[in-house]
Design a protein around this ligand. Sequence first.
Ligand code: AMP
Length: 227
Amino acid sequence: MLTYPRLGNDAEHLSVESFGWTLRIVLLGPPGAGKGTQAIRLAGRFGVPHVATGEIFREHLRRGSPLGRMVERYMDLGELVPDDLVIDIVSERLLEPDCRHGFVLDGFPRSVPQALALTRSLEELGAPLDAAVSLEVEEDELFGRLAGRGRADDTAQTIRTRLRVFANSNGPMLRYYQQRGLLVRVDGVGDLDLITERLVARLEGRLAHLPAGHRPEVVPLEPTGGR
Ligand code: AMP
């Protein structure tokens, strides 16, 4: 029986058999690709939590926690927070009971070492990834989108840094997931609802081989007017 061993006494109710199906994905893509929006929608459609490392860090910043103070300068510069900090945060988060059906991970991994650490943590849990989805948008389009977003860490200089950091790490990460047979590339340009449908269809396609009862039920689309 597959269990979440590090949860001690809680492990029993998290056994894979007791919850039937799972959807565990990472959503990759450059800053400004609409990853956050699509990650939230996918999480809602598949009924799994949206786990966003950037959001977790921003929450710590707001609270002024010790972790918040540690990550502040990296975030202000648009640089990556050190791997060990991020890896610990994610590994802990994925052990929480709401992740037992899976998760949509957004903003992690951002490097091959992070991807390797995620693979190892999930292997320990007996809960491997179903897919690494790459949401793809041309770089020319990204700068304008980011500059219009108004987030505190979206100044011209940090935007340039974040795009450069992404460009350096993305290729090796995509190759890593390609080699593991997990990579799903999806065009991230166009109407937001259409992109969501594209993502849902590709994920359903990947899960189609699973027996009935082991596939997540997808919540139908609510019209949003293409927000
Ligand atoms: P995001 O909201 O995903 O754009 O993340 C905002 C900032 O948080 C990034 O610019 C990084 O400084 C930090 N951050 C978020 N996720 C990671 C990660 N996986 N590895 C390193 N730093 C991260």
